[in-house]
Write a protein that binds this ligand. Structure first.
Ligand code: HEM
Length: 137
């Protein structure tokens, strides 16, 4: 096949690339899963795994702030005021502090869902632990 007849890959415009980025709902769905696993890893005493998932939430929310700048201020405040203390409690293996800070962060997340016109999105920690990971020490 000559160079002339070989199909050229389609050139995507920036708008098209932007269309392909995950939306807020998709990112938040991943945040919810990571937040769930974070709690049960901490409860199982797998502190490194819990911190891994708390950092996963942080990373996803930083991405969201880039993709949807209108949420950036709330996401920065959430990270510094709520997520950072959660991570500190995990580093210290401090279960009671973790539970308190985790509940506080969850409450704030749900307040933000109300603020951003999604009052019907109220995240609750599932009763069941995830079964795909070793949550123990
Ligand atoms: C640990 C914290 C959080 C959890 C567990 C959480 C969880 C969720 C979940 C499960 C959804 C529904 C996703 C779906 O469509 O399947 C959602 C939606 C949403 N969350 Fe969060 N969230 C958190 C923090 C935040 C923060 C800090 C903001 C700040 C702006 C935020 C803003 C939103 C918005 C705007 C939606 C609606 C998505 C859309 O418009 O499609 N969330 N969240």
């Amino acid at each position: 096949m000559s160079d002339e007849t070989r199909a050229k890959p389609p050139q995507l415009t920036l708008d098209q690339v932007a269309e392909l980025l995950p939306g807020t709902g998709e990112i938040m769905a991943s945040v919810g899963v990571a937040w769930w696993k974070c709690a049960y890893a901490a409860r199982g005493g797998n502190w490194d795994l819990a911190a891994y998932f708390a950092r996963r939430v942080r990373g996803l929310q930083r991405k969201l702030a880039v993709i949807r700048p209108k949420y950036a201020d709330d996401l920065v405040a959430f990270e510094t005021e709520l997520l950072a203390p959660v991570l500190l409690a995990l580093e210290r293996h401090d279960g009671p502090a973790f539970e308190r800070l985790y509940a506080k962060a969850t409450d704030r997340a749900n307040e933000l869902h109300v603020k951003w016109a999604k009052p019907y999105i109220r995240w609750v920690l599932p009763d069941e632990p995830p079964t795909d990971l070793d949550l123990g020490t």
